[in-house]
Design a protein around this ligand. Structure first.
Ligand code: IMP
Length: 185
């Protein structure tokens, strides 16, 4: 069975990927390589830099993923700074920034970079709104404050299978699964 590494330290992301790729005959292995995340506006640039860094250290096929939350009213902030904002002001801080704000539209974007005989990029977007309060305790990061379109639940109130149907990462990983399942070498 072919081995593919998912380079991430995030167990939540790995769980989501495992669920989506489970029907393929590949062995998915989590590996935490602390690759440098360059300061760039475009997630694709960050991912391509990460691919180059990991490619020098790993001989098997691998993929990595970078994502961000883009809030309309805040001119797409935090975007590529999503991790820093999550680690500093957190979900309560983001809710405070939007206090009494009616326009709560936002989207998540996920960029997956596979290295298998060269780099391949797969992207997914999930549009929705920022909730008025913390909702649910599942998932990770911004999950309890993001409600995707066409859902009454926040990501924080969903199981992994439910979240994958709506999420940015679910969409990007479905494209990766199609590519890996198509037998392209
Ligand atoms: P990174 O892709 O690991 O750099 O993630 C950037 C930030 O966005 C981190 O703080 C993540 O916790 C958060 N984030 C990324 N994807 C999701 C998601 O699917 N749900 C909630 N938060 C997320």
């Amino acid at each position: 069975m072919e081995k593919i590494y998912f380079i991430t330290g995030n167990k939540g992301k790995f769980k989501e990927a495992k669920e989506i790729l489970k029907h393929l005959s590949i062995k998915l292995i989590q590996m935490d390589i602390d690759y440098p995340e360059i300061q760039a506006k475009d997630l694709k640039e960050i991912v391509l830099f990460g691919i180059d860094f990991c490619n020098e250290r790993l001989k098997s096929p691998f993929f990595l993923e970078d994502s961000g939350l883009f809030i309309d009213k805040l001119n797409s902030f935090p975007g590529p700074y999503s991790r820093y904002i999550q680690e500093t002001i957190g979900n309560d801080g983001v809710l405070k920034l939007l206090l009494n704000e009616n326009n709560r539209s936002a989207y998540f974007k996920s960029t997956v970079g596979l290295y298998k005989n060269g780099p391949h990029i797969f992207e997914g977007i999930s549009r929705g709104t920022i909730s008025n309060e913390i909702r649910g305790n599942r998932g990770f990061g911004y999950d309890p404050i993001f409600i995707p379109e066409k859902s009454p639940k926040s990501f924080g109130e969903m199981t992994t299978i439910e979240k994958n149907k709506f999420s940015h990462r679910g969409k990007a990983l479905e494209k990766l699964a199609m590519y890996l399942g198509s037998g392209v070498e």
